[in-house]
Design a protein around this ligand. Structure first.
Ligand SMILES: CC(=O)SCCNC(=O)CCNC(=O)[C@H](O)C(C)(C)COP(=O)(O)OP(=O)(O)OC[C@H]1O[C@@H](n2cnc3c(N)ncnc32)[C@H](O)[C@@H]1OP(=O)(O)O
Ligand SMILES: CC(C)C(=O)C(=O)O
Length: 539
């Protein structure tokens, strides 16, 4: 680390970040973010824009009072009243800073500020001098620097430093620069402003074209030693450079980037989560570093590689950003290696020969559901066949139902490789389907109990149906699981039917239905007993 140059991290989550619609925070929330930023190890916290409102002033002042370590800054226009407010708000900070700005591009000067270049230069001289009399640490930003005439920009920077600025910030205010242009601007200011050695050069990049982090790295290569950024990249319009992306780029590519930051990267995830919980805005799942997918793998080939060596598909460890571990998410792209591993983690060491069928069921479920949770897997394993002979199988079904019509169901089952189809109607689609089953199997039964419940959360949850049927000889239970409740109902009914028919042939030999009865007794005495439950499941 010794030969690496230190880049200061200037966090503006509470100022530029808060300027994004939907990200307003109250005093208590800002204090929580500020103390998180302190734990993260940022060098400067821009706490707000003191003149903007009494609430903003109060927030800056309270953060200045509470923060211990980082510099606390307030933004100000190049106006005495703004500088007075900013100076007053940060004065109790252990390390206060006033950050004033004035635009330098002809576009902003002519249309927005209605100033000539000369007038603006004089205003910079006067206002930086004024600010320096209020505070020793003065940052001057040349707003819209990247669209400013470069010679004029250099003159403004020289004047600001001569008037007492200790940090010079060159914003790409509208995210217009390409990385090589940004680097060139910073390098030109760095090498041609005569008194540049008396101030630190800084960059502040917006993300309108998605270059904010790339431009920040380019700025550093051009000579900047302060980078302005925000948690999760929030900020005006498309946002600012994201703190976590810049910091992790510097850390991860330390082989070619001879820089270092003071950030404790293990605090990153916690910080992003706090921001999200305070603002109520969730992080885009694919967001680099802090998105829920940033350390998650769903495809079989990647999961297999990850199980062999995590470096195959991860360039940084989840622990390095404060995450516990990589997530191997099971979905339709997953393979058997990850599937078996997850089952083992859930406590299922299944015989080898059961895996292909289970995996096939898993793929069918995964085609229907967006993600497969642990509860889905448990439901799949638990509902796989282990008990009664599989006499009848579901081939397909169609139901026609509505609140103004009688429900009808067309069900096709197979037995010994032959298909059988029946149509039935009923007061609801489940009833109609079960009647069609009854017609096909030609063995009357009554439905004694029916329970439907979601086994997993979310709208695409697996539904579990538990039925109890009776043929007058005994009671038989069945369980079915599917994302479709009608299908789950038919499957549960078939599980019970197969049990019933299996038992009938047994009973025909024995002359009684003792097995069914004793099973029923078991079920009644231990309703939640998984082993019994498995005994009647349909495969
Ligand atoms: C690039 C950036 O992110 S800059 C920061 C942007 N953030 C914000 O604007 C959030 C906080 N802002 C506010 O609360 C308000 O805009 C205030 C309190 C600062 C000013 O409000 P108002 O006095 O009502 O002015 P308003 O916002 O309508 O217009 C901006 C005024 O500031 C002037 N101005 C803009 N930038 C500067 C500057 N750097 N130095 C001096 N004056 C400036 C404009 O010319 C305009 O002046 P005018 O009122 O004489 O025409
Ligand atoms: C005030 C400056 C730093 C700014 O936010 C910008 O130019 O985007």
């Amino acid at each position: 680390m010794g030969d690496k140059e230190r880049i200061r991290i200037f966090d503006t989550t509470l100022r530029d970040g808060e300027q994004a619609p939907g990200y307003s925070m109250n005093l208590e929330e800002k204090l929580r973010i500020a103390s998180r930023l302190q734990a993260l190890g940022v060098d400067i916290i821009e706490a707000g824009f003191a003149i903007a409102s009494p609430g903003d002033f109060e927030s800056v002042r309270e953060i200045a009072r509470h923060v211990d370590g980082p510099v606390v800054a307030s933004l100000a226009r190049a106006l005495e009243k703004d500088l007075d407010a900013a100076g007053e708000a940060v004065k109790e900070a252990r390390r206060p800073r006033i950050h004033l700005f004035l635009a330098t591009s002809d576009l902003h000067l002519e249309y927005k500020l209605k100033m000539t270049r000369e007038h603006a230069l004089e205003q910079v001289r006067k206002m930086v001098t004024y600010a320096r009399n209020l505070c020793d640490d003065i940052e001057f930003s040349a707003e819209d620097a990247s669209r400013s005439d470069l010679d004029y920009l250099c003159k403004v920077v020289e004047t600001a430093i001569a008037s007492g600025a200790t940090t010079i910030n060159l914003p790409d205010t509208v995210g217009y620069s390409l990385p090589h242009e940004l680097e060139r601007m910073v390098r030109t200011v760095h090498t041609s402003v005569p008194n540049m050695d008396k101030a630190i050069l800084s960059v502040h990049n917006h993300n309108d074209l998605g270059f904010a982090v790339a431009n920040s790295l380019a700025g550093v290569m051009g000579g900047a030693r302060q980078v302005e950024c925000t948690l999760c990249g929030i900020g005006e319009r498309a946002g600012n450079a994201s703190l976590e992306e810049f910091v992790m780029a510097v850390k991860t590519r330390g082989d070619v980037l001879p820089y270092d930051t003071g950030i404790d990267t293990r605090e990153i995830t916690k910080s992003a989560r706090l921001l999200s919980s305070i603002t109520g805005v969730s992080v885009f799942p694919s967001k680099a570093i802090v998105g829920t997918n940033a350390f998650a793998h769903e495809s079989g080939i990647h999961q297999h590689g990850m199980m062999a060596n995590a470096k195959t598909y991860e360039i940084m460890t989840p622990e390095s950003v404060g995450l516990k571990k990589t997530a191997l998410v099971l979905g339709k792209h997953s393979g058997q290696h990850a599937f078996v591993k997850r089952l083992e983690e859930l406590g299922y060491s299944l015989p080898h020969e059961r895996i292909p069928a289970l995996f096939e069921d898993f793929k069918i479920t995964a085609d229907r559901k967006k993600t497969i949770t642990d509860r889905d897997l448990i439901a799949l394993v638990e509902s796989s066949s282990t008990g009664a002979a599989e006499i009848w199988h579901l081939v397909d079904f169609v139901v026609n139902s509505g609140n103004m019509i009688t429900s009808t169901a067309v069900v096709t089952l197979s037995k010994d490789g032959k298909k059988y189809q029946e149509v039935a109607s009923g007061t609801g689609p489940v009833y109609a389907s079960l009647r069609a089953v009854e017609k096909i199997i030609r063995h009357p039964f009554s439905l004694e109990d029916y329970k439907l419940q979601a086994v997993t959360e979310h709208r695409d949850a697996l539904g579990e149906v538990l039925v109890k049927i009776s043929d007058g000889e005994g009671f038989y239970r069945g369980r079915g699981v599917s994302t479709d409740v009608i299908e789950a109902s038919i499957l549960s009914c078939l599980a019970a039917v197969n049990r019933m028919l299996d038992n009938s042939s047994y009973a025909a030999g024995q002359g009684l239905s003792a097995r069914a009865m004793s099973f029923e007794n078991d079920m009644l005495s231990s309703h939640s007993d998984k082993a019994k439950d498995r005994e009647v499941s349909h495969g």
